[in-house]
Design a binder for this molecule. Structure first.
Ligand SMILES: [Zn+2]
Length: 146
C-alpha cells in the first residue's frame, strides 16, 4: 500500500480497456496538459491500473510533505479521472486501497474524505490533497467532458 500519495492500484469493473483509455486521455488533455498516463494497465476479470505523470515538474505531479517531486499523480488527478469515469459509467465499480465505490452516487458522496489526512500515521497532520501544486480545488475541474 502506497501511503505517500501514489501510485495506488485501482481495480475497475464495468468499463472496457478502450473506454478507460479514452477517459484517461481526455482528462489528461483537458485539464493536465497531457501529463497523465498509465503506469500500468492489466486486463483480467477487471481492469487493474495505476496512473502517473510524464513530467514531475508539470501539472499533476505529487510533492511529498518533505518537498520531493515525483511522477506519482496527485490526488486531484486521480479524483478527476474517477469523476469523468463515473459520469460516463454511473454503474461502474472502482476499488482503490482506501475506497470501494459502487457507482456514481457513492463516489460523489464519499470521495472527498480520501483527500483528508491519514489518521494514526506520521502524516496525520498533512492532507493528501495538498501534496501537489496542480492548483485544482476540492471541486473537480472536469466539467464532464463527454
Ligand atoms: Zn493536485
Amino acid at each position: 500500500m502506497a501511503i505517500l500519495g501514489y501510485p495506488d492500484v485501482m481495480k475497475l469493473w464495468g468499463v472496457s480497456r478502450r473506454e478507460l483509455d479514452q477517459i484517461v486521455q481526455s482528462v489528461s488533455k483537458e485539464a493536465y496538459g497531457g501529463n497523465i498516463v498509465f503506469n500500468k494497465l492489466e486486463v483480467s476479470n477487471c481492469l487493474t491500473f495505476t496512473l502517473r505523470v510524464v513530467c514531475s515538474k508539470k501539472v499533476g505531479a505529487s510533492i511529498s510533505p518533505s518537498g520531493r517531486r515525483s511522477t506519482s499523480l496527485c490526488w486531484h488527478g486521480h479524483r478527476d479521472v474517477m469523476w469523468e469515469l463515473f459520469h460516463r459509467f454511473p454503474e461502474a465499480r472502482l476499488k482503490s486501497w482506501d475506497a470501494d465505490y459502487h457507482g456514481v452516487a457513492e463516489f460523489l458522496l464519499t470521495h472527498a474524505t480520501t483527500g483528508e489526512a491519514i489518521p494514526f500515521s506520521s502524516l496525520a497532520l498533512t492532507r493528501r490533497n495538498k501534496w501537489c501544486e496542480c492548483g485544482k480545488t476540492e471541486q473537480s475541474s472536469i466539467k464532464f467532458i463527454s
